[in-house]
Write a protein that binds this ligand. Structure first.
Ligand code: ADP
Ligand code: MG
Length: 391
């Protein structure tokens, strides 16, 4: 649960509200905004504040170096159904003048905060300047809540700071699934690096009834058990950790599913000699690139329509269509299970979006790194600094 005040807990009428929102969206080759999911998630907070009679100063980053947010302004304008003015620098006298001219119901968007290195450096003078634009601060960018940047943790030092509605939804949805889930709770974890996922796995193991491991991470688990994994991507300094996870699971009577079959190739890019083999039949020259159908079938055996599935990390090199069957299969099993499902992780969410399946899941987190932090049981620095709920 989010124990922080939100926009609904404070009086914003007639105030100028500085909103750290989520405008970091995919930009197509023609320079226009691609997928609008994040903007749609940003709208409820903005809409609410406008209905309450606030004036809004919107600020955000875009992660592509040099990408202007000017292309995002008309899209937000359309979603909100009102004009959105644009300031082509987040600093400067012209911007201050535009902020001062704002009236209730009006919206001004500032240029990409990361055009100034002070943003990522969490520079205090920069944060203070941003804070001068508003009387209240709202954090509604969940995707950046794990970052100690000026607009995330610096500005709240100078203004009363509360959470926006999409931050509230993200935090409450993810934490509720971990703390008070419909059982059985099954976690499916894949992706590339065991070293980055071990905190999640260790934390999830305490919470879940069963854990399925796929992706390159599974290779390390298989190798740690003494299986031949050929030339697969593994982290051989993590064998001990992999064995610990398995031992802990056994001691606590948790089911852990490792792949029983895998897709291998002898050349990833050239797609040479691609075939499904049992995990004990991987050859010296093979590279494991996906889990096989029997491994997907194991998940199908344990999913329960009354339960919950939390999924993070693709089951193979899913950005290559030749190696995406396992990830697609897992997606379909989760969808067809009827279980309540939560998906986190940037690459996983991208895959689901690309496959057109996003709306088939219970909740797809906008946040990659931030959702992983929450799923590891950690708090987020940009949420810690918001005002506590008063009971
Ligand atoms: P997420 O962003 O969803 O948390 P990760 O970043 O941990 O996921 O992992 C995604 C990456 O894992 C992808 O680039 C994918 O190619 C890689 N990956 C998954 N399985 C394998 C594998 N068997 N071999 C090499 N890379 C893999
Ligand atoms: Mg990733």
């Amino acid at each position: 649960m989010l124990h922080k005040q939100t926009v609904k807990d404070i009086n914003v009428t007639g105030k100028t509200v500085l909103v750290r929102t989520m405008l970091n969206v995919p930009i197509d080759d023609d320079g226009s905004v691609g997928d609008k999911k994040r903007l749609e998630s940003a709208v409820p907070t903005l809409q609410y504040l406008l209905e309450q009679g606030a004036a809004l100063v919107l600020m955000s980053h875009h992660s592509h170096e040099g990408q202007s947010l000017a292309v995002v302004a008309p899209v937000i304008a359309e979603l909100l159904g009102c004009d959105v003015a644009f300031a082509d620098d987040c600093l400067g006298e012209a911007t201050t003048a535009k902020v001062q001219a704002l009236r209730p119901g009006q919206v001004l968007m500032l240029e990409n905060l990361r055009f100034h290195p002070e943003e990522e450096a969490n520079d205090e003078a920069f944060a203070k300047q941003l804070a001068s634009y508003g009387e209240l601060y709202v954090n509604d960018d969940f995707t950046t809540c794990h970052r100690e940047h000026a607009s995330m943790v610096g500005v709240p030092k100078f203004l009363p700071a509360v959470a926006g509605l999409s931050v509230e939804t993200e935090v409450n949805t993810i934490t509720a699934a971990l703390d008070n889930p419909k059982r059985p709770l099954i976690a499916v974890s894949g992706g590339a690096k065991i070293s980055t996922k071990v905190p999640i796995i260790s934390f999830l193991l305490q919470k879940v009834d069963a854990l399925m491991i796929g992706g390159a991470m599974a290779n390390t688990f298989l190798a740690a058990e003494g299986l031949q994994v050929g030339k697969s991507l593994i982290e051989d300094d993590e064998f001990e950790i992999a064995r610990n996870v398995m031992d802990t699971a056994k001691a606590n009577n948790k089911t852990v599913l490792l792949p029983v079959d895998v897709v291998v190739t002898s050349d990833i890019d050239a797609h040479q000699n691609v075939r499904v083999v049992a995990t004990n039949e991987v050859g010296e020259d093979d590279i494991i690139v996906d889990i096989g159908p029997a491994s997907v079938g194991q998940l199908k055996q344990i999913v329960d329509p009354k339960g919950t599935v939390i999924w993070n990390g693709p089951m193979g090199i899913a950005e290559d269509e030749v190696y995406d069957d396992g990830t697609l299969g897992v997606a379909q099993v989760i969808i067809e299970s009827g279980a309540y499902s939560i998906v986190g992780g940037g690459d996983t969410a991208d895959f689901i979006d690309g496959a057109g399946l996003a709306d088939k899941f219970g909740f797809v987190s906008n946040g990659g790194g931030a959702s992983l932090e929450l799923m590891s049981g950690n708090t987020l620095p940009a949420i810690d600094v918001l005002l506590d709920k008063t009971s």
